[in-house]
Ligand binder design. Structure first.
Ligand code: SF4
Length: 220
């Protein structure tokens, strides 16, 4: 695994520090009180805004406060509660299936390892990384969602196009103690400034560090 060159390393630190200064409150925007709620909210957030998920989850968590409570009902009976988050049929199957597996195999608790999380229906590395990083404070990997993909590519931290390869590149380049933080910062930056269409480069806090061909304004 090649180490980052010193010049790369200085640039990476400058990017991380610039983003951290610009978004000091960057954090997971999904409302949750425990690992179970975070797991469900993260499954619901696929192809949906966090704000929309946060509208749906209070009533959902009141009805099904634990995996055991959720495991008692069918996927179909969850669907009306999560319909507005989109893809509700598959999401209901994932949540009901995950609840059942948690009860059957993990004593009704959300496990704190990547291998165990990946055995839950509907849970891939992104969801597992969110739960591990945000709830368990374990930097096992880097959360790669659409914002992280776009920002990482624009900042030339990766040239890869798949989440798996992007995550590997980020793991090689970023100091491990910044893995969790980086995803929060990239997501905040992607929402506020480095939007998909017409990024707001004139207002970008790290513009001098960016060589993206997507730039709408440049001083370098
Ligand atoms: S300069 Fe523009 S493209 Fe580059 S990170 Fe900033 S907003 Fe994104």
């Amino acid at each position: 695994m090649p180490a980052a060159k010193p010049r790369d390393s200085r640039r990476v630190h400058a990017i991380l520090d610039g983003l951290a200064r610009a978004y000091p409150d960057a954090a997971c925007a999904l409302h949750h009180r425990n690992a179970w709620e975070l797991l469900v909210a993260t499954i619901l957030s696929a192809q949906c805004t966090d704000a929309r998920v946060n509208l749906v989850t209070p009533a959902l968590f009141q009805k099904y406060p634990t995996p055991a409570a959720m495991a008692r009902v069918s996927a179909e009976s969850i669907e009306p509660d999560i319909r507005s988050t989109g893809f509700y049929h598959n999401k209901a199957k994932s949540i009901a299936g995950a609840a059942r597996r948690l009860v059957d195999t993990y004593h009704g608790q959300v496990p704190d390892t990547m291998d165990a999380l990946l055995t839950l229906p509907g849970v891939a590395r992104k969801t597992a990384n969110v739960v591990l990083g945000v709830w368990f404070h374990q930097a096992v990997g880097v959360v790669v969602d659409t914002h992280v993909q776009r920002i990482s590519r624009r900042l030339q931290l990766t040239a890869a196009t798949t989440p798996e390869k992007i995550e590997l590149d980020l793991q090689r380049l970023l100091p491990r103690e910044r893995w969790i933080d980086y995803a929060h910062l990239a997501i905040a930056h992607g929402r506020a400034c480095c939007v998909a269409r017409k990024p707001k480069c004139a207002a970008c806090p790290i513009e001098p560090l960016c060589r993206s061909k997507d730039k709408t304004f440049s001083t370098v």
